[in-house]
Design a protein around this ligand. Structure first.
Ligand SMILES: [Zn+2]
Length: 168
């Protein structure tokens, strides 16, 4: 899809101040070199669904690896960003994924899904830490990623890898 045609932003885009700062946001690794590769080196050509399909696909994928006790809102945001890939807004239980890179256009679906799992892990560390064998959210103030966060994210990635492996 032509990135320049995505100017029709949702209303929430007009109110960045109300949401800022997010509880957390993902930064892209400092891009020292060129853009991302467009798919796994050892796999078939990357799967790139239309932007409108991202939210339903993510929801369906998540259902297969974890049923959230507390729902969250998912905002697939087409406003181009250069470094920020996504964020989790704790007070609103909102996961936001930025789909477009300022320079390269639509980010690879694979990368978007990784960002999605990352933000969902933040959601889970707040809303159901006990699911992942912790009594309370062990987030240390000033530290963006707790041990619990990494455990949750690792578990989600592991489960998804199992789903993928079953369908090979
Ligand atoms: Zn994070």
């Amino acid at each position: 899809m032509d990135p320049s045609s995505s100017a029709s932003a949702s209303p929430s885009d007009e109110l960045p101040g109300r949401l800022w700062p997010p509880s957390h946001r993902v930064q892209a690794p400092t891009p020292a070199t060129a853009s991302w590769s467009r798919g796994p080196a050892d796999g078939p050509p990357a799967f790139e669904p239309p932007t409108s399909m991202i939210a339903p696909l993510f929801s369906r994928r998540l259902e297969r690896i974890h049923i959230c006790r507390v729902t969250f809102e998912l905002d697939i945001n087409t406003r181009p960003t250069s470094h920020v890939l996504g964020g989790y807004y704790r007070s609103r239980r909102l996961v936001r994924i930025y789909t477009h890179d300022t320079r390269d256009g639509r980010r690879p679906f694979r990368e978007l899904f990784e960002t999605f799992l990352h933000e969902v892990a933040h959601h889970l560390e707040y809303t159901e830490p006990q699911t992942f064998h912790s009594e309370v959210c062990r987030r240390v103030p000033g530290r963006m990623h707790s041990q619990l966060f990494w455990r949750i994210l690792g578990e989600l990635k592991f489960r998804w890898a199992e789903v993928v492996a079953q369908h090979r």
